[in-house]
Design a protein. Structure first.
Ligand code: ADP
Ligand code: MG
Ligand code: MG
Length: 904
């Protein structure tokens, strides 16, 4: 690390800049950059993320000592620019500071901010006198004690209790009959300050610190400590942010939005984060400070008039009422609005991306406090990139690279069916905080949401307002509904980031304990409701959904991906319907068609069971002959749906016991149906029992012990292909042998397949092209891939089994320990979700290299779950695979990830 620990900014100058996010955190880097491009930002300095790491290693005392001189110099520089003095007891105006965290990636609500630091009994008097505004001085003081007491001194609500500061505040307001904090008089605020000090004494066991420097060091260290709080760790896990990154600390001169009617604070976005529309928007509050806008204490107002009118319409507010009570900033403060509008445009142009900004107006002067690339929904992400490309703001490469592939998921999932929604009963209307459709059973706590979801239920999490503690529950829920909060509330911001449907501030909704009422009607835990996050409407019961259309901007984005990719994408599909869906999403072929599912449908299972019960080759052949036409029909359908593209069909893979019943009742039924004694069945089932079926009699081991199964399947495939070709189609079957570990296992199967095909061709007097290849899913197959490739025309890496066998984790049992391994940091990620590139990846690389050394034209693909996971797709691109294959709904995600890998 470098020796420089503190970077100052202010007055149009800065030691840092935008591309120093790793060192200064996102917030710090952008504060510096805004200074450099002439945007008004209060002076201050950033303590680097490296100091956080140092802090975690060396501890508090040592690190404070190491950075002391630089921090003091930073404060001095800030004093100079702001013409104020930190800890002033005399002539100079006291400098108050904001201390806030800022990691590389934005972590909303994770880290705590302290405002008005430096305040004490001396400072408040000088500030009151010099500003001529006692109200403002004491308002800032009580805010400071509350925030500092909470964040730094750990004065919090105890289990089941209300926050002790809020208790004092609420009691005071109640005794005076106030509704809003703004009604508090100077005398009230003075009482509050003393009351808050008493709260600190009682709960923390010490007096509130009066020395500004003690306050500052306390706050700085608290920011570093907050990196390791449970909720910060949880958020990092979910967003895959490494623990080593650390957070920076931003110390900055305060500017005051609470100085009266000419002051304000707000949050704004340069485009619509929900829809992507190029419309500046946001919320503000006059005479307020800091988090008031997002905290839901007062209902914030719209910044633009257009936004205000839209809000009024949704809310059923008349234009008259709006003009009297809910003026937009554009109307209430036209000049400042114009300046803000200009600034947001300047920032968007400068960063060439949608900006999420925070600002404060102090007595008629605008200050920017933060800017960052705004979180957005999947739909907005696509629309903005396509729009900005058309505007010439970004190029194609940027447009593609800026997409988060996983977010496309939101665009692929159902929306409400138009007819169903027209018939549905409206319960309430709230703010359309995050778009999408959700239907589920209501629950009222994050824990319940998690539990119910774990039981396979779809839930809607209903809360008064959400807090970071609700994150897990929000992830588990289909949608979120809140009683309070605006478009920039915690629930709204986090839901948009997650791509979850969310409605906030639902009219008439009251949440209490395990029930809610809407306009007086009670709803209990488990009742069904539906949310339309795009319109903000809450419906009664379940509402039917349909699949969205994928043209427009989405189509354009897919075209860009197509143009910029090397690898192509196939799908894993077992039915013509799935194949069709995937084709519409741009799949070019099937990478894995499992045949076992085909044996379960309808009464097919009985023919399969008949085959299993047969004791002789002839008996099995007889039963298989009945299955042949059914299989042929299946293959005909799927080859037809993927006409012109390769279809990899895997021969029977699972152990036979999966097709037989386990309980006696069903075994009796089976015996009756197949006309044998029940003993025959029970003995057969016992005979099929294996201690470790996943490593047992399955895959090609079946085909090599019962060759007649392979013969039947090969015949069905080739006959279907011949039939299609005769009809003018272009079938391209690729027959895949599963679970081989030695080339001999493959060779025997290949000979059976080829001789069967030759027979069919002779019978039909025609030929079709087909391939024979294998799945690489046993480590030994990868290790001997050069031998295997002498026989195989293609490899498909079956990374589910390959991961299972490389780690020695049974996929079906890993649930018992994998989550703990991840929690303890033994594993960074679930290797069944994201390909383990260092370990399993080596086998894939080796398989590719050795395979191609023996057969240069060897076709290579992957068909495990990993084929639709972006980091794994990138790995496949680097390793030189021809294609990845994934489930139909992940095809667009994989296509985008493949293009990104190619562009990086
Ligand atoms: P978060 O990361 O949760 O958004 P911030 O660090 O942005 O937290 O701080 C929260 C709020 O505190 C900001 O939105 C802003 O309103 C207020 N704030 C931060 N710094 C200052 C400052 N220097 N002057 C006035 N208000 C500030
Ligand atoms: Mg912020
Ligand atoms: Mg397998």
């Amino acid at each position: 690390m470098s020796n420089k620990r503190v970077y100052t900014f202010g007055n149009g100058q800065a030691e840092g800049k935008a591309d120093m996010k790793n060192l200064l955190g996102g917030k710090g880097a952008n504060l510096a950059e805004m200074n450099l491009i002439g945007v008004p930002v209060p002076a201050g300095f950033t303590i680097t993320t490296e100091v956080c790491t140092e802090y975690n290693l060396k501890g508090k005392e040592a690190v404070v000592e190491l950075m002391k001189a630089e921090v003091e110099a930073g404060v001095a520089a800030t004093e100079k620019v702001m013409n104020a003095k930190f800890g002033s007891t005399g002539e100079a105006f006291p400098l108050l500071l904001s201390v806030r965290s800022g990691a590389r990636a934005s972590m909303p609500g994770m880290m705590n901010t302290v405002l008005n630091l430096g305040m004490n009994d001396d400072a408040v008097k000088i500030i009151a006198e010099k500003s001529g505004n006692e109200q403002f001085a004491y308002d800032s003081y009580r805010r400071f004690i509350h925030m500092y007491g909470d964040v730094v001194m750990g004065v919090e609500a105890e289990e089941g209790q209300h926050n002790p500061f809020e208790v004092v505040l609420d009691e005071l307001k109640e005794s005076k009959g106030y509704k809003l904090d703004t009604e508090l008089t100077v005398e009230d605020l003075k009482v509050l300050v003393e009351g808050y000090k008493a709260v600190v004494r009682e709960h923390a066991g010490v007096d509130f610190p009066t020395n500004p420097w003690d306050q500052l060091w306390g706050a700085v260290c608290a920011v570093f400590d907050s990196w390791n709080t449970e909720r910060a760790i949880l958020y990092r896990r979910m967003e895959q942010i490494p623990d080593e990154w650390g957070t920076a600390v931003n110390v900055q001169a305060m500017v005051y939005g609470n100085m009266g009617e000419t002051s304000a604070t707000g949050v704004c976005f340069s485009r619509d984060a929900a829809t992507g529309e190029d419309q500046f928007n946001g919320e503000y509050l006059i005479n307020a400070q800091g988090e008031d806008v997002v905290a839901g204490v007062r209902t914030p107002l719209e910044i633009t008039t257009i936004g205000s009118k839209r809000w009024a319409e949704r809310n059923g507010t008349s234009e008259e009422d709006r003009k009297a009570n809910f003026l937009s900033m554009e109307e209430a403060m036209p000049e400042l609005y114009a300046e803000l509008n200009e600034t947001q445009q300047k920032l968007e142009d400068h960063y060439s991306d949608m900006q999420d900004m925070e600002f404060t107006i102090q007595d008629g002067k605008l200050w920017m406090l933060q800017t960052r690339a705004g979180k957005r929904t999947g739909a907005a992400m696509v629309k903005m990139a396509i729009d900005m490309l058309a505007e010439g703001m970004i190029d194609e490469k940027t447009a593609v690279l800026r997409q988060e592939p996983n977010k496309l998921d939101e665009l692929l999932h159902p929306v409400f069916d138009g007819a169903a929604i027209a018939a549905a009963k409206e319960l309430s209307k709230g703010l359309p905080a995050s778009p999408g459709a959700a239907t589920g059973q209501v629950v009222f706590s994050a824990e319940a949401a998690e539990q119910w979801a774990a039981d396979g239920k779809k839930v809607i999490l209903v809360r008064r307002e959400t807090s970071p503690e609700d994150l897990k529950g929000m992830y588990a829920a289909e949608g979120i509904l809140t009683e309070r909060g605006g478009m920039t509330s915690h629930a709204a911001v986090v839901a948009r980031g997650m791509g979850k449907c969310c409605i906030s501030s639902a009219a008439g909704l009251t949440v209490s304990g395990k029930s809610m009422s809407i306009d007086g009607v009670e709803y209990k835990e488990g009742d069904f409701i539906s949310l339309n996050g795009t319109t903000g409407i809450v419906y009664e019961g379940k509402v039917a959904t349909i699949t969205p259309s994928l043209d427009g901007d989405f189509g354009k984005m897919m075209e860009l991906a197509e143009k910029n990719t090397r690898m192509y994408v196939r799908t894993n599909a077992d039915s013509p319907a799935d194949a069709q869906t995937a084709r519409e999403f741009g799949a070019k072929g099937i990478g894995l068609c499992r045949t076992e599912h085909m044996f379960f449908e309808g009464d097919r299972i009985w023919k399969m069971r008949e085959m299993i019960l047969a004791e002789t080759v002839e008996g099995r052949e007889e039963a298989l002959a009945k299955l042949l036409p059914i299989q042929r029909e299946d293959f005909y359908g799927i080859l037809k749906a993927m006409d012109g593209f390769g279809v990899t069909i895997r021969l029977l893979d699972p152990p036979l016991h999966e097709f037989t019943p386990n309980d006696l009742e069903s075994q009796k039924e089976m015996a009756e149906k197949l006309g044998v004694d029940v003993k025959v069945v029970t003995e057969k089932v016992e005979g099929l029992h294996e201690f470790n079926p996943m490593l047992g009699h399955r895959g090609c081991r079946l085909g090599n012990t019962y060759p007649e199964i392979t013969v039947m399947q090969a015949r069905a495939i080739i006959e279907a292909a011949c039939d299609l070709k005769k009809e003018g189609f272009d079938p391209k079957p690729e027959i895949m042998v599963p679970l081989i570990g030695t080339v001999k296992e493959l060779k025997m199967q290949e000979e059976l397949i080829r001789s069967t095909a030759a027979k069919v061709f002779e019978e039909k007097g025609m030929k079709v092209d087909y391939m024979v290849g294998t799945m690489i899913e046993i480590p030994r197959a990868a290790l001997t891939a050069n031998e295997v490739a002498e026989v195989a025309e293609f490899f498909s890496f079956g990374t589910n089994d390959l991961t299972q066998m490389t780690f020695g984790y049974s996929r079906d049992d890993a649930g018992k320990f994998l989550p703990i391994y991840i929690e303890k940091g033994i594993l960074k990620q679930d290797p069944f979700q994201a390909l383990d590139q260092t370990g399993v990846g080596q086998l894939v690389e080796m398989g590719c290299e050795k395979g191609r050394s023996a057969r240069p034209e060897l076709k290579l693909g992957i068909c495990g779950e990993h084929g639709g996971e972006p980091s794994s797709v990138e790995f496949c691109h680097r390793t030189g695979l021809d294609y990845v294959s994934c489930s139909p709904f992940r095809v667009p995600i994989a296509r985008l990830a493949a293009a990104q890998a190619n562009l990086r």
